[in-house]
Design a protein around this ligand. Structure first.
Ligand code: GTP
Ligand code: MG
Length: 405
């Protein structure tokens, strides 16, 4: 069970990471439409930008032949946009863990992240420090960033490790507790620590681990608690597609989505100015307002070079969706009365919540309110009107009523 206490105000946090000048702030701006600085030189961003972005869910209102009124987010053409928090931070350079660039203090800003989006520049025109170059091997960025993040965890771990190294006998239970304490604030949970210990099949005596085993442990814990998806950005540039294809070949096990944050930003701004009709994540748009020739040409290029080339449109919405629903396996759940879809204020299907994988009906009840959890009687599926027990495993896009005493 996930929600023993309360998660009501909790919102998923997605951290945007990568070396300088790859387009982190552009991605952030495209996803949030917040005003942030964007510029073609390294370390444009120093202080983190925090904003609200959205994941896109096929709204269930269509199935009920109605139009929802979201409390949070919005719904266009029965596509529901559910809020998530986004954090855009300063660029990370190789050697950050030893203090290079801006060092890795800003990783502290990312402690609370549930998942990372690694923005990688596919143009091949920025070097490892974000400065202009040519024919840069983009796969190097994937390797160095993982390495820096792992070192971050490793350094935190070493602090607790020293106290263990002196003891002769430690039980794994105490060890897990001590690691948990050391990583508190980093959204690492005990289950993840135990899973890593199990998966790596390391010796029962952590104080006897070799340096290599310690590294394996910290890297795996990082992967488990801060999973990462890659946004292969600047796909619209001349070498973009070629470098993206190389990257996919080189790292077949990673989730890599082609992306053009710049194109998405242009489309969202044009939509906001009522020049076009565009639903984030779509592969097309329609011109509806007055636009000049230059604007029309820019939009035509986006269509030809990005939207019509890649399955996932500009990739920005696809990256957010894949991070939340594929990588983390979260479920979008709609609270819905079995006999009426309106809340007390007359709003139809006002909420859609994101719950972790494996969540059950009782978890959902606790998520809504501790009292619903404590006094849970049953759940009802609003589509089929069937009764569901406390252990019913939630499915994505479930519409449920919780009945409590
Ligand atoms: N062609 C192209 N250029 C892009 C794209 N995304 C961002 N850029 C450009 O890349 C440059 C850097 O963008 P930023 O968003 O400031 O990059 P950043 O990663 O936030 O950089 P730092 O804050 O310095 O770490 C700017 O000139 C952007 O216009 C894209 O999808 N395509
Ligand atoms: Mg920036």
């Amino acid at each position: 069970m996930f929600f023993k206490t309360c998660f009501y105000d909790y919102r998923m946090l997605i951290g945007l990471v990568g070396k300088p000048s790859v387009g982190k702030s552009t991605f952030f701006k495209a996803a949030t439409l917040a005003e942030v600085e964007i510029a073609p030189y390294p370390f444009t961003t120093i202080k983190p930008n925090h904003g609200v972005g959205y994941v896109r869910v096929d709204c269930i209102d269509k199935e009920f032949n109605t139009q929802c009124n979201p409390n949070h987010g919005f719904c266009i053409n029965h596509q529901r946009f559910v809020p998530i928090d986004l954090l855009d931070v300063a660029g990370l350079v190789p050697g950050a863990s030893e203090g290079k660039g801006l060092g890795n203090q800003f990783l502290d800003d990312l402690r609370e992240a549930d998942v990372f989006i690694h923005i990688v520049d596919m143009s091949g025109t920025t070097d490892e420090e974000g400065k202009a170059t040519e024919n840069y091997d983009v796969s190097r960025d994937v390797l160095f960033l993982e390495d820096e993040l792992n070192k971050w965890y490793h350094n935190i771990f070493l602090k607790v490790w020293k106290s263990f190294a002196r003891k002769t006998e430690i039980e794994n239970i105490n060890f897990a507790q001590a690691v948990l304490k050391q990583f508190s604030g980093l959204k690492v949970n005990e289950e993840q620590i135990k899973k890593v210990l199990r998966d790596l099949n390391l010796s029962q005596k952590p104080n006897q681990w070799t340096e290599n085993e310690v590294k394996k442990f910290t890297s795996e814990l990082r992967r488990e608690s801060k999973p990462m998806i890659i946004a292969a950005n600047k796909i619209d540039t001349p070498k973009g597609k070629e470098n993206y294809e190389k990257l996919v070949k080189r790292f077949p096990d990673l989730i890599i989505i082609p992306c053009s944050a710049d194109s998405e930003l242009a489309l969202r701004e044009a939509a906001k100015a009522n020049m076009i009709e565009y639903i984030p994540g779509d592969k097309d748009f329609k011109i509806i307002g007055n636009i000049n020739e230059a604007q029309e040409e820019a939009l035509r290029k986006i269509k030809k070079n990005v939207l019509h080339v890649f399955e996932t449109g500009t990739g920005v919405q696809a990256v957010l969706n894949k991070a939340v629903f594929e990588l983390l396996g979260y479920l979008a759940i709609f609270p819905a009365g079995a006999t009426k879809l309106k809340d007390s204020k007359g709003r139809i299907l006002p909420d859609c919540f994101l719950l972790p994988p494996e969540s059950t009906a009782i978890d959902f009840a606790y998520y809504l309110h501790t009292d619903f959890g404590k006094n849970f009687i049953r759940a009802i599926d609003a589509r089929t009107k069937k009764t569901l027990g406390r252990d019913y495993k939630l499915k994505n896009r479930d519409a449920l009523e919780i009945v409590s005493r």
